[in-house]
Ligand binder design. Structure first.
Ligand SMILES: Nc1nc2c(c(=O)[nH]1)N[C@H]1C(S)=C(S)[C@@H](COP(=O)(O)OP(=O)(O)OC[C@H]3O[C@@H](n4cnc5c(=O)[nH]c(N)nc54)[C@H](O)[C@@H]3O)O[C@H]1N2
Ligand SMILES: Nc1nc2c(c(=O)[nH]1)N[C@H]1C(S)=C(S)[C@@H](COP(=O)(O)OP(=O)(O)OC[C@H]3O[C@@H](n4cnc5c(=O)[nH]c(N)nc54)[C@H](O)[C@@H]3O)O[C@H]1N2
Ligand code: SF4
Ligand SMILES: [Mo]
Length: 819
């Protein structure tokens, strides 16, 4: 069997044997199957006798020649195509949903039946009857043809787009939109920008275990003398690597970051010139309605110290006509009392004393003061915020990070910066996605974006027009809380569920049809997402397993059956040529023109390099109404959220509640990432499972365990009002008291009973929507930015809520072993 031979090649071939057989090896480039970790690595996939023998780092050139190292998952991923768990044929459910009884059918039968059902449902309910789940993160390359062709189909059909999953990452997007006027730009980071940092704070992330590309550069910074600070929950790999680990209570972060703001202001450690030049600090704000003061022409007003008089500032024009604007002051203008935005900030931040934050975060007051002092004085400082802050107040956390960067002048300078989402997308190689996803242009795109909370409420009501779910990317039953919601309340109202994947997943188990996709090792793609400034062609290394087919086949054949065939008449090479037809900088500038044929010959082509690592703050040009960084946002005045604040998270028990005692669910539940799994990927590989301890376990701090009378290895049930999970308990000092944890990734089948994703706050739930979420959604709609079409670069994907995957309370009890 191929898998057995593969193991042999990897384990038992001696060096000598391997060297003599080298001449027969060839290679292609492949997007790593672990792509969803946002590291976007390309694997050099070595093939011999029609089989993959190993994967290596890709050969980048020029300034990037030392980039592109791959991790343990990338190296192990060459086992995946040969897994016995691969889907090899289209499957049709024969028993009850979830009963695991399947019939292997032909592609013709599968697509004939699915198309007939879709047409029947459309006849009865209209095109919105079809909902497409297209969480672009994990199918390599995210936003490649797999995504674009699905969007094309959805737009031509008029499908419902339940703007999937992005509530998870909304904090960074919210901060980017309100502070800098761009939803996506500031989530991307070229990590080599960290290299020259002298003080680097990793805040709410665990890159040492989860994001190796970023970690390379954190290591580089440390080796050049930077102090590394980790602010987190668990004593994880990053905490262990850091020079200073500051543990915080779950969901408490904005209290600490705002305390840093308070300290920096109180000790006058801020950079006044920077604030005056780049932010709204000098703009006058009205006391009566919290909006910027304006003159009759709609200009903003700043106060000129030299002439002691007001001066108008044209919206969007950053340069001030005066040399000496006032930073902190109060005046009366047009009969209205007003203050500079900076004075407003001083007053707002005064609440967040070190002692005040200590009561919320648990960080000793002296440590908070020291952190603020060091951050402001030992720079250049980098604040690496990432995705570990998924609580309802995440938007406040990320806004306060940009505020810290602005106060200390650590934006757009070598070694200084703030990053929110830590997507390793560096120099933006942008391809021509639009014409593929939207052949009739944006106006002609018939898909309908629906806010998640509305989508779920609608489908659960039983009166929805949505009767079919097409899961083209993602494993929502597993990954998008809450599992029980899908199974008990959503699926019973659907007449057709189709899942496209490479293995059977927790979602596929409940589908009516499961369709086998090719893995990246088996199909052509244009590698997007800025693979280190190089344009790379993914080519098939091996034949597809069984009957697995690529997205070009899938959508062409489906389209043909529902009357959209004329739109899907291209080969994969022709689609790739459309993608390469871009007029955007680094790709467009290349000579000779990059085409599918040229890429087939050269495999990898370096794009036009900008002179320095790409940095979203270059030029300090902002898309905000003022053209400045708006740490004070008048657009958020209707929700009284002009400046970043601490708000209690939803369920995570607060310090005050814990002190009072008597909570129904006194523990916080956390399910963070595990280094050998990439979400649910790699959980089918026996070796990865073995390295992960063989089976899922739960973890607890020994102090809590002693109080509960739990010993290492005891079987426990962790539960709340939504569900439960049963696992063996491990006592672990890395766990902070008050938190229970089960690693994210394990499938339902790995658990004896229950599943961690039963516990979680439901995805896109109305309960996670607050005034800021509602206001933001409405303002995006007003600006025409809510638009269906995942992966098209439109800004439609924002869910408008704060999905709080870890913000969930629980309790535990010992499960008595049967006699
Ligand atoms: N190996 C592997 N790598 C991955 C993934 C994977 O599944 N496996 N998934 C990828 C994806 S999609 C994502 S989004 C990223 C996520 O990357 P990370 O955000 O790094 O992911 P986590 O490990 O889930 O959480 C990171 C840390 O957040 C801390 N944390 C939790 N709650 C709080 C809090 O309230 N405050 C603070 N300050 N810290 C807190 C915990 O200490 C935890 O170690 O990882 C990517 N990389
Ligand atoms: N409890 C808990 N839940 C979480 C999180 C958490 O930390 N804890 N993290 C959240 C986060 S940050 C994220 S990003 C989401 C991720 O949620 P998902 O994106 O749903 O996560 P994956 O498990 O990676 O699902 C991707 C699916 O794509 C499939 N796939 C992989 N390669 C291919 C391919 O080439 N073709 C096709 N057709 N399919 C492929 C995989 O087998 C998998 O089933 O999960 C969220 N859910
Ligand atoms: S870091 Fe992620 S993308 Fe890169 S090799 Fe590892 S799993 Fe693959
Ligand atoms: Mo994610």
């Amino acid at each position: 069997m191929a898998a057995a031979r593969l193991r042999q090649a990897a384990n038992t071939t001696s060096e000598g044997e391997r060297r003599t057989s080298m001449s027969e090896e060839s290679f292609v480039y492949t997007c790593c199957p672990g792509w969803g970790d946002h590291e976007y690595c390309v694997l050099k996939t070595i093939v011999k006798d029609g089989e993959i023998v190993r994967t290596e780092k890709a050969d980048y050139t020029g300034a990037e020649c030392n980039e592109g190292f791959i991790c343990q998952k990338g190296i192990m991923s060459c086992r995946q195509p040969y897994s016995e768990k691969r889907l090899t044929h289209p499957l049709k459910r024969v028993g009850e949903r979830g009963a695991g009884q399947w019939e292997k059918i032909s592609w013709d039968q599968a697509l004939d039946e699915i198309a007939a059902k879709l047409l029947e449902l459309r006849e009865q309910y209209g095109p919105e009857t079809l909902a497409m789940w297209n969480l672009v993160a994990s199918v390599p390359p995210s936003q490649g043809l797999h995504t674009q062709l699905a969007s094309r189909f959805a737009g031509l059909w008029g499908a419902t787009d339940p703007v999937q999953g992005y509530g998870l990452d909304n904090g960074p997007l919210y901060a980017g939109d309100y502070d800098m006027g761009n939803v996506y730009q500031y989530t991307m980071t070229e990590p080599s920008n960290f290299d020259d940092s002298k003080y680097l704070i990793v805040w709410g992330a665990n890159p040492v275990e989860n994001q190796q590309r970023l970690t390379n550069h954190i290591v580089e910074a440390k080796s050049r003398g930077a102090k590394i600070v980790d602010i987190g929950l668990l004593y994880d790999g990053t905490a262990g690597y850091a020079d200073w680990f500051i543990p915080v209570k779950p969901g408490s972060d904005p209290a600490l970051s705002m305390c840093m703001v308070q300290q920096i202001i109180e000790k006058k450690l801020y950079k006044a010139d920077f604030l005056l030049e780049h932010t709204v600090a000098p703009f006058l704000v009205r006391d009566d309605n919290d909006l910027f003061m304006r003159d009759g022409e709609g200009n903003y007003i700043v106060w000129d110290v030299d002439t002691d008089s007001p001066i108008a500032v044209t919206p969007g024009v950053k340069e001030l006509a005066i040399g000496n604007p006032e930073l902190s002051g109060a005046h009366e203008l047009f009969g209205v009392p007003c203050k500079t935005a900076f004075r407003r900030l001083e007053e707002h931040a005064a609440l967040y004393t070190p002692e005040y934050q200590e009561a919320i975060t648990g960080v000793p007051a002296a440590d908070a003061a020291k952190l603020a002092y060091e951050y402001a004085t030992q720079g250049p400082s980098y604040l690496v915020g990432a995705l570990g802050l998924r609580y309802q107040n995440q938007g406040e956390s990320y806004r306060s990070f940009y505020l810290l960067g602005a106060l200390t002048g650590n934006l757009g300078i070598p070694g200084g910066g703030v990053t929110s989402e830590c997507l390793g997308g560096g120099w933006p190689l942008i391809f021509n996605n639009g014409p593929i996803a939207m052949p009739n242009g944006r106006e002609g795109y018939k898909g309908k974006a629906v806010r998640q909370a509305d989508f779920f409420d609608d489908v659960e009501s039983g009166n929805s027009k949505v009767k079919a779910l097409w899961v083209t990317a993602g494993n929502p039953v597993h990954n998008c809380p809450n599992r029980s919601r899908w199974i008990d309340r959503v699926f019973p109202n659907l007449e057709l569920i189709v899942d496209i994947d490479i293995w059977m997943t927790d979602t596929g188990e409940y589908a009516d049809y499961v369709l086998p996709d090719c893995m990246p090792f088996e199909r052509y793609e244009l590698v997007n997402a800025a693979a280190y400034n190089h344009i790379v062609l993914q080519e098939p290394a091996i034949e597809p397993v069984g009957e697995a087919k690529d997205p070009t086949f899938l959508y062409s054949e489906l389209a043909k059956r529902v009357g959209l065939g004329e739109y899907f008449d291209k080969t994969v090479g022709e689609w790739i040529d459309v993608l390469l037809e871009t007029d955007y900088g680094p790709v467009a500038g290349l000579e000779p023109k990059v085409t599918f044929e040229r890429l087939k010959k050269e495999k990898i082509i370096r794009a036009a390099l900008p002179p320095m690592p790409w940095n979203p703050f270059w030029g300090m040009k902002f898309g905000t109404p003022s053209g400045r960084l708006e740490f004070y946002s008048e657009r958020l005045a209707p929700a009284n959220a002009m400046m970043a604040s601490y708000r209690d998270p939803m369920e995570a028990p607060t310090q005050a509640q814990l002190a009072k005692g008597g909570l129904t669910y006194p523990y916080h539940f956390f399910s963070g990432r595990q280094r050998f799994f990439m979400q649910s990927m790699f959980t089918d590989d026996p070796l990865m499972v073995e390295m992960s301890g063989g089976k899922p376990t739960a973890r607890i701090n020994p102090v809590d365990a002693a109080r509960e009378g739990i010993l290492d290895g005891d079987k426990v049930e962790i539960y709340n009002q939504r569900g439960h999970v049963v696992a063996d308990m491990r006592l672990d000092q890395a766990m902070p008291p008050g938190t229970l944890q089960v690693w994210f990734g394990w499938r339902r089948g790995a658990f004896e009973e229950g599943m961690y994703s039963e516990l979680l706050v439901p995805l896109g739930d109305r309960s996670t929507l607050d005034d800021t979420a509602n206001l933001w959604w409405q303002q995006l709609e007003d600006r025409g930015m809510v638009h269906a079409g995942a992966g098209t670069g439109s800004q439609a994907m924002i869910a408008g809520g704060w999905d709080t995957i870890w913000d969930c309370a629980c309790d535990l009890r010992k499960v008595e072993k049967e006699a």
